[in-house]
Write a protein that binds this ligand. Structure first.
Ligand SMILES: [Cu+2]
Length: 115
């Protein structure tokens, strides 16, 4: 009996939680472009600061020692990003510290902005 009551309670909480979440989502979308346009998944651009470690001009892969990225929940680390287009590489040089933006694309991180 006790167990059954608990199960019912858990179910009701789960249902109201998801209803609340759905409501929250709607509120978030109000006044944004997403509310008007059909849902096209636009990748989020994450901004980071980092020092260029290596550049592979042939493949466009760049090794970066980046500072923590809060929007990704990342600590500081050294990892590779793929430059979205080769013109971004012109703004990079080994040991240069840059602000850059990237998006997650499949399993890769695509560098889309270099400041
Ligand atoms: Cu990283």
């Amino acid at each position: 009996m006790k167990k059954q009551l608990f199960t019912t309670f858990a179910l009701v909480s789960a249902l109201s939680a998801s209803a609340a979440m759905a409501q929250q989502k709607m509120d978030d979308m109000k006044g944004t472009d997403m509310a008007k346009k059909p849902a096209v998944s636009t990748p989020i651009t994450h901004m980071a600061k980092g020092t260029v470690k290596k550049i592979d001009a042939k493949t466009g892969w760049v090794l970066m020692a980046h500072e923590p990225v809060n929007s990704m929940n990342w600590p500081a680390m050294t990892m590779s990003f793929k430059a979205k287009d080769k013109s971004l590489l012109d703004k990079l040089a080994v040991d240069k510290k840059v602000d850059f933006g990237f998006v997650k694309e499949g399993e890769d991180y695509l560098m889309t902005i270099v400041k």
